[in-house]
Design a binder for this molecule. Sequence first.
Ligand SMILES: Cc1cc2nc3c(=O)[nH]c(=O)nc-3n(C[C@H](O)[C@H](O)[C@H](O)COP(=O)(O)OP(=O)(O)OC[C@H]3O[C@@H](n4cnc5c(N)ncnc54)[C@H](O)[C@@H]3O)c2cc1C
Ligand SMILES: NC(=O)c1ccc[n+]([C@@H]2O[C@H](COP(=O)([O-])OP(=O)(O)OC[C@H]3O[C@@H](n4cnc5c(N)ncnc54)[C@H](O)[C@@H]3O)[C@@H](O)[C@H]2O)c1
Length: 475
Amino acid sequence: MRSHDLVIVGAGSGNAVVDERFAHLDVAVIDEGPFGGTCLNRGCIPSKMLVHVADLADGIRDAGRFGVRARLDGVDWPAVRERVFGRLDREAAEGEQGRRDDPNIHVLKGHARFTGERTLLVTTGAGTGAGAGTVTLRGEQVVLATGSRPAVPPPVQESGLPYETSDTVMRLERPPHHLAVLGGGYIAAELAHVFHAAGSRITLIEQEDTLLSAQDESIATAYTTIAADRYDVRTGTALTRVEGEPGRLRLVLDDGTTVEADTLLVAVGRTPNSDRIDAARAGIDLHDDGRVVVDAFQRTTAPGVFALGDVCTPFPLKHVANREARVVAHNLLHPGDPVRTSHEAVPAGVFTRPQIAQAGRTEQQCRQEGLDYAVSVRRFRDTAYGWALEDGTGFCKVLADRRTGLLLGAHLMGPQAATLIQPLVVAMSCGITAGDLARTPLWIHPAPTEALSTALLDLDLDPGADPGGRPERPS
Ligand SMILES: Cc1cc2nc3c(=O)[nH]c(=O)nc-3n(C[C@H](O)[C@H](O)[C@H](O)COP(=O)(O)OP(=O)(O)OC[C@H]3O[C@@H](n4cnc5c(N)ncnc54)[C@H](O)[C@@H]3O)c2cc1C
Ligand SMILES: NC(=O)c1ccc[n+]([C@@H]2O[C@H](COP(=O)([O-])OP(=O)(O)OC[C@H]3O[C@@H](n4cnc5c(N)ncnc54)[C@H](O)[C@@H]3O)[C@@H](O)[C@H]2O)c1
């Protein structure tokens, strides 16, 4: 059995744990797939590279509205795909090679399972053409960063018919003629935008009454209306079964309707990869939903074993996984002075059309928690830059504690929403009140951020929470 100071399972965000501070340690990094994990190979990055193409194509289609004469001849999908994955596949290979070149790091390609406390059996070679073998290794400390995978509901699995997930659909040789998407969340919203712009017909099937139902109700309702203008949207209905043959699928829904499509994309959420590692043998407890139990220091229930990212987090987002990786790195190196992960005011963007961003609580959560909150909505069309954009749908919604003036939530829809929201995230994370944020810094005119500053000023807060004035910095 090989022994290492540190064993990392999963070279997505797990690979970010080790930097030059670990040069004195003997480290093993294990992954069964390409380095970079979901984000680089089949998640955030390729999807956003494709979303940018969709934004460009839609911008050209829209140009006439602004008096710009332009015509879109089409999206050359094979060229786009080659550019995106040519670059990303190279990045993944170079990332792995970089690790192999580190003198203190031992890279193992294969599937890892626990056989006991901090002890793992790695099956190597599987799927690589090389003969399968096994390696047993033990870590003084272990980091579990095995991520998650697309969930596939029984009617799809039981049909035996082909389907795509986010792992595969972005690498299709050509855009589908008619793409049916099961699920109406993040992946559905982003990839519907991508394939619609590339020429596909889109049908979205969502069991809840709105698309993006986990978002603030104002965003979910507005996005559902916008999407219904562009796609065939079926909400409040579930899939009963899939019939037909490859390339001619017939989806039977529980409202009695059917959808015929050549391609089915399943995007109904993700399953943590905790069920394929024999966690119990290592003394690692799991939540009912499969996530690994961790404390605020990212420690699992097994001494010496940390976890990070989608396998454990309540917020399966890359920036959250990166933060958790930094916490794990610190706590591995400074066991006597550990730091905690904060999941306060986690922001997220949905890179669809229009872009959407959120941080903190939704209005429905504020109501459910019985909070005394103030809410304010400012439309982009009521700001100068909104006129330039001819924007008819975008808005900024802020929620604040009426007594303290602290922000409880922020929700944006419109161009660059994921960038625009950042000052609100800073205020929420740093305890800056809505009044201070609106009045202390200068907000550039006529930038779209004026929608944020005016939404903040419109909040109906208690006088003690928002004394007004404060035009100058305190001396
Ligand atoms: C289509 C899509 C778009 C997304 N877009 C965004 C976005 O725009 N912004 C954002 O913040 N988040 C986005 N996400 C979410 C983000 O990708 C994930 O939250 C993040 O990548 C999780 O990182 P991780 O390190 O936990 O897991 P991963 O990156 O999945 O890494 C886990 C690694 O562990 C390996 N592994 C698993 N089990 C084993 C085993 N038993 N043995 C050996 N190796 C194993 C896997 O091969 C993988 O490489 C997106 C996700 C998807 C699917
Ligand atoms: N921009 C980003 O940050 C980004 C982009 C893509 C993915 N992600 C991450 O990946 C995760 C997974 O994305 P996702 O879109 O698969 O999940 P999701 O949780 O965002 O949405 C899944 C949707 O599917 C619906 N659903 C579930 N079962 C269904 C069924 N049987 N029939 C019809 N609808 C059903 C749910 O009600 C939900 O609306 C996200 O939660 C997010 O954390 C993030």
